[in-house]
Write a protein that binds this ligand. Sequence first.
Ligand SMILES: Nc1nc2c(c(=O)[nH]1)N[C@H]1C(S)=C(S)[C@@H](COP(=O)(O)OP(=O)(O)OC[C@H]3O[C@@H](n4cnc5c(=O)[nH]c(N)nc54)[C@H](O)[C@@H]3O)O[C@H]1N2
Ligand SMILES: Nc1nc2c(c(=O)[nH]1)N[C@H]1C(S)=C(S)[C@@H](COP(=O)(O)OP(=O)(O)OC[C@H]3O[C@@H](n4cnc5c(=O)[nH]c(N)nc54)[C@H](O)[C@@H]3O)O[C@H]1N2
Ligand SMILES: [Mo]
Length: 737
Amino acid sequence: MAISRKTLQKIAGASDIELSKNKYPMESNTLAKKSSSGVEEAQYTFCDACNGVPMCGIEYFMKDGIVTRMNGWPGFPTSSLCSKAYGTLQRLYHPNRLKYPMKRTKPKGSSDPGFVRISWDEAYDLIVKNLNQIKEKYGPHAAFFYVGDPKEPRAAVQRLANLYGSVNYGTESSTGCRMGSQIAELLTYGFETLGSPPNDKTKSMLVWGTNPAYSSDPADWKNLLQAKERGVKFIVVDPRVTPTASVLADIHIQPKPNTMAALASGMMHVIFKENLHDEGFCNKWINGIDELKEYVKGFPPEKAAEIAQVPAQQIIDAARLYATNTPGGMKLSSQGTTHNTNAANNHRSILMIPAICGYLDVPGGVEKPTNPMEGMAGPHWGGDLPPKFTYREKTIANKAHRLDNERTPAWAEMMVPVQTSYLPEWVEEGKVKAFLGWGFNVMIWAQTHEYQKALDKLDFAMAVDYFFRPWTHNHVDLVLPVAVNFERQAPFGIHGRTLHGRNAITPIGEAREDWKIALDIGVRLGYAEECFNGDVIAACNDILKMWDTSYDELNKNLVKGVSIPPKQKNAFKKYEKGMMRGDGKPGFPTPSGKVEAVSMVLQKHGNVALPEYKEGLKTSEEFPLLLVSGSRIPYITHSKWREDSPWLFELQKEPLLMVHPQDAAKREIQKDDAIRVTSPWGEIEVKANPTIMMVQGAVGMMHGWAEANVNALVPRQFDPISGYAPYKEVPCEIKKV
Ligand SMILES: Nc1nc2c(c(=O)[nH]1)N[C@H]1C(S)=C(S)[C@@H](COP(=O)(O)OP(=O)(O)OC[C@H]3O[C@@H](n4cnc5c(=O)[nH]c(N)nc54)[C@H](O)[C@@H]3O)O[C@H]1N2
Ligand SMILES: Nc1nc2c(c(=O)[nH]1)N[C@H]1C(S)=C(S)[C@@H](COP(=O)(O)OP(=O)(O)OC[C@H]3O[C@@H](n4cnc5c(=O)[nH]c(N)nc54)[C@H](O)[C@@H]3O)O[C@H]1N2
Ligand SMILES: [Mo]
């Protein structure tokens, strides 16, 4: 897998880049203001470093056609930039950026794929030829469309998939990120929420399995710090000693990973027993309340404590603190509680705590926005994309052809993007023949080599990326160079009810925008009109017209943005007022009209319908430690920001394994020792980083390092509801090399 910097540059076609010269003039650029020589002019775009949604705003300055400096976009709702955002400037001019379409010339499996530069015309012809052949031979659903962590390409790629006729469109969010918690929320509450920011009505907060000090945008973290100063009581549940826990927690519970349903059941046991719950809400609005009460009777604090390996008194104290400091809010993780074999029910169990306390949709509790952007509710560009633009009706009409119907039926019923964990099986069964991927990384999947093998077996695979990533791109036929955040006009920004335009400089080399590539392919497949003849602004306008505005209008109001007024006044307890369900009846938007402790959808599919605890992967004498992988660090996102941005790379140049000092001492391991990490499913070598951040009995490291891919250790044993992999509960052992 190791590949030299020189080879990478050769593949990227980068040797002709000289940063000292003005190589990227702005003639062809429609939007960025031309600066007269020597004068700096402010321009605006968004940061896509951690792909948080909504994105942070960047103000940047040009001199002689070059972006010379940047800072937060003044007045933009999230504009205090972190180190990764500043790293995007270095990424823009990185000599290894992909600049031309590249086609492989050697067969799959060769040590050198033999990528050569081709023209865009040739690249598009290759894609169209393959897509047409596949449609003819196997039908359109055999082509899989996929977008990784990047959120911005999604609407255009899903539109393309549906136009071509394939219902099989998936994303990294539908594989291992946000949607595992989202399905739990939809099954339980009927709407998606990880909680709302605490406000001056909030008296307590449950912060569960998330470390916003490192993973959230700075404004979000600041909000939590301010709540702490106001005296809000915090319960932080995380096996590790994170900055979030040490700064915020009145009570820090450090449970064994994947025991959340036992721990939450223990807390609910105390709340019911001490009559601290909201009996009126429970009786009227919770489906299966009797079954839930009965179930948690089986989890007295001592028993929950034994399973979760925490002091019983802490469970009692936390339950009392949360239920008596009314109302309580919550901040849950997109993925910290769902990277295990009981993913959805662990998360559902946590969601039941604020529900039984009556904290849903009350001021200061778990607030649900009254006026999300019509036609685009949810995390914009991340999850629920504009249904009209993405042809949702086709996704619904083609439901029978979804590849996830068989193995994760509850998922297939509830979620729009397909769950992709079973890609290797589908390829083996001949159900997938082509893979068209925008911004994706095979290293994010458990047992990565299975996905690499699957890509190798396809008739056709392509990737669209900023850089050449050998571990992924050595397994595709075509790699297309994409424009970065400074170089794209689509999509526009959405923040609450405010829309923002952006400027774009001319892309380096022949890089093109994600939206442009998707639309161009559509045009060549015969959908010129539907794909706006490849015009990304026209595509944006097609969405913007639903709010009676246009890209032009956004750019006229560039700095301030355009706010779309809400149609109704803000309201609480909307479930009492018929404001939550599509049919206008009172109740929650679930099949029963109530918060579902017993999920009717799960019942129908034969899944465990109560949020029950299930024992996970077992440690043993041979593998006594639990690996909790992927905990975020401030200056890295997944596989990115290693060589992409040398400023950030300086902060950490190699993968490190966090281990509690006592666990290290037992094995005579010291800081920076080379160690082998072994699980029943694989092994890797890394350097040791003994730290008290790690709880005893567990070890942790970040995913995305090619030289030590932690997902080699993670088994493909998926949660039956969400299809999620146990990234955070792998039995393992470590040994000095
Ligand atoms: N073991 C373990 N595995 C995990 C996790 C974990 O915690 N532990 N976390 C999971 C989670 S939550 C996530 S989100 C995934 C991450 O999954 P991925 O998104 O697949 O991972 P990245 O490594 O960020 O790869 C993104 C690729 O897209 C390229 N790219 C970035 N932005 C753009 C863009 O706008 N357009 C295009 N075309 N390309 C772009 C980058 O250069 C990079 O090559 O990993 C999952 N896997
Ligand atoms: N700097 C930076 N920011 C990012 C990213 C990044 O890579 N770098 N990635 C972005 C993405 S894609 C995502 S999904 C988000 C993720 O955002 P977060 O969810 O806040 O990310 P983590 O830091 O992984 O926090 C998860 C925490 O869960 C804990 N944990 C593990 N297992 C369990 C369990 O069973 N129960 C409980 N209670 N806790 C558990 C871990 O110790 C860890 O501290 O961050 C986003 N922001
Ligand atoms: Mo994620």
